[in-house]
Design a protein around this ligand. Structure first.
Ligand code: PRP
Length: 189
């Protein structure tokens, strides 16, 4: 059946089933690594809101996983133009709970040039968590400007401007259930 796509969307690159399978794979790895312990997921707003919620529930679905998973969120923004970040990251909203002594997993929708995750790892790492790791649904390793570890990766993202499942273009398209390629003519030259 032909799917009608919203204006501005060229094609679907990653389906809802592919997203769900990637999240289940990450959840299985996380549940194994933190089995019997407690874990704080720190979702990075706004893009990671859906992956954080879905990952938290997928971890809870794994038998013998962490006994205790808590949710927190942080918001950052990067300076730059509409679709290219400059590398300067600014804290917009901090976590609501202290993370000292806690096992912390940063949850991101996408890692592109790596500046956002690099900033967050440095900032949260300074707060003496028991451990600090990162889980990301989509990775663009070929775009990296700064070297930053990512312990759990869902999928390698095609080299396109992607939207959907939390990812936006000018705050649109976040609620699409799939990851899609934006029509190039929508983006500024
Ligand atoms: C996106 C994404 C990551 C960051 C990755 O957020 O959610 O946080 O960019 O890019 P980087 O690896 O090049 O630093 P964005 O700044 O678009 O904000 P949003 O999550 O509110 O959409």
């Amino acid at each position: 059946m032909q799917q009608t796509l919203p204006t501005g969307i060229e094609r679907v690159l990653i389906t809802p089933d592919d997203i769900a399978a990637a999240i289940r794979r990450i959840a299985a790895e996380v549940a194994r690594d933190y089995a019997g312990g407690s874990l704080v997921l720190v979702g990075v707003l706004k893009g990671a809101v859906f992956v954080t919620a879905d990952l938290a529930r997928a971890i809870a679905d794994v038998p013998d996983g962490p006994v205790d998973v808590q949710l927190d969120f942080i918001a950052v923004s990067s300076y730059g133009n509409a679709h290219r970040s400059s590398g300067e990251v600014r804290l917009v909203q901090d976590t609501t709970h202290a993370i000292e002594g806690r096992h912390v997993l940063i949850v991101e929708d996408i890692v592109d040039n790596g500046h956002t995750l690099h900033y967050l790892r440095a900032m949260l790492g300074n707060r003496q968590p028991a451990s600090l790791r990162a889980a990301v649904l989509l990775d663009k390793p070929y775009r990296r400007a700064v070297d930053v570890p990512v312990e759990y990766v869902g999928l390698t993202c095609p080299d396109e401007f992607v939207v959907g499942y939390g990812l936006d273009y000018q705050e649109r398209y976040r609620t699409l259930p799939y990851i899609a390629k934006l029509r190039p003519e929508v983006l500024p030259a």
